[in-house]
Structure formats: structure tokens, C-alpha cells
Ligand binder design. Structure first.
Ligand SMILES: [Zn+2]
Length: 187
């Protein structure tokens, strides 16, 4: 991660035509919704994004994003730091009518303008990569006399139905449907 800052906004069509690569860091402050989920929205997000020509004149973006965030452990209520990373694979289309022609496996962003925000390309994926219930790794909490199950139920009562999944899987995608809704609203 020795590369420097990258522009907040880029011309995605130009990058696609050049098969361009952007690699470097953006401040977490550029990621407004993601930043709101954090105790401290300081630091950088490291990005590596490859641009290429996609289907029907769209831009294909493939790459990854990674950062370290500060969260509150829901077992011991102490702050801890955690790596969050995600892969990015999407197409940028100029209008909504093109969405239906894309393969369903592709995520898509509608952007009429050729200049787009780099943060917006990866923000949904970063949010989805956040742990639903932030917790230290097992045995890493500062205090050991908590009753884990009780605290979890008090803090997030609505997740009881997925309790079984949480035991083995520390992250899931609580905003998957929300992200789709937001995408539609933004079109
Ligand atoms: Zn803890």
C-alpha cells in the first residue's frame, strides 16, 4: 500500500478506452454512508480498480477495496480495529434502459455523466463487508465475564432468526436488499 492518493472523481469512459487502472488511497471521509457506520471515520481506503469496455457501451470495473476501521465490540463494548475488504465487479451504464440488457450476475451503477465518484463505485460493497455484529475474535475481549448470548439478543433483537448462521459466519450482507433499493432510487 505504498501508492498515493487517487482522484475523488474520474472519467470512467476515458479510463475504459485506455484499459486504465487506478490504484491508491481515498480518505474514508469520501465514503459518507460507510463513514457513518464507524466510531472514527479517519484513515484511508486502499483501492485497486481496473476499467475496461463493458457490454452495450458500458464501463466494466473490476478490483478491490480494503481499509481498517474502528468499531465497538458488542461483547465488551471496547473499541477495536478490524480489516474490511471487498471485491468490486460492476458495470457503469449511462441510463436505466441499459440495465435490463446486462447479465443478471453483474452489479450495475447508472451514471449519466462520464465523470463519476470513485467512492460511489465501491461504497455499497464496503458497507456489505462490514460485520453485522462487531465483535473481537473469540477470546480477545478485555473482559471475560460477559454473557455473550444475552448481550447479542439485547443489542440486536431482530436478528434472532439468523442466530444459527452467526455462530459460524461473522459477516453477512444486511444491506443487500437496501443497496438494490438505493440503486433503483438513484436511477
Ligand atoms: Zn470485545
Amino acid at each position: 500500500m505504498s501508492t498515493g492518493p487517487i482522484p475523488e472523481r474520474v472519467d470512467h469512459r476515458k479510463l475504459a478506452n485506455q484499459a486504465g487502472l487506478i490504484e491508491g488511497t481515498l480518505p474514508i471521509q469520501c465514503f459518507h454512508r460507510f463513514g457513518e457506520m464507524l466510531v472514527v471515520s479517519e484513515g484511508d481506503v486502499y483501492l485497486r480498480l481496473e476499467f475496461s469496455k463493458g457490454d452495450f457501451g458500458s464501463t466494466r470495473v473490476n478490483g478491490s477495496a480494503a481499509t481498517e476501521v474502528c468499531l465497538i465490540c458488542q461483547n465488551c463494548m471496547q473499541q477495536f480495529r478490524r480489516q474490511v475488504s471487498c471485491d468490486v465487479a460492476l458495470q457503469v451504464v449511462s441510463d436505466e434502459s441499459k440495465l435490463e440488457r446486462l447479465s443478471e450476475v453483474d452489479d450495475a451503477i447508472v451514471a449519466p455523466d462520464k465523470v463519476i465518484s470513485v467512492a460511489e463505485l465501491v461504497e455499497d460493497e464496503l458497507i456489505l463487508a462490514m460485520p453485522m455484529i462487531p465483535r473481537h475474535e473469540e477470546g480477545q475481549c478485555l473482559e471475560t465475564d460477559y454473557e455473550q448470548q444475552e448481550i447479542v439478543l439485547q443489542e440486536v433483537p431482530e436478528v434472532q432468526e439468523v442466530q444459527e448462521v452467526q455462530e459460524t459466519q461473522t459477516t453477512y450482507r444486511p444491506f443487500a436488499d437496501l443497496a438494490k433499493t438505493i440503486d433503483k432510487q438513484n436511477t
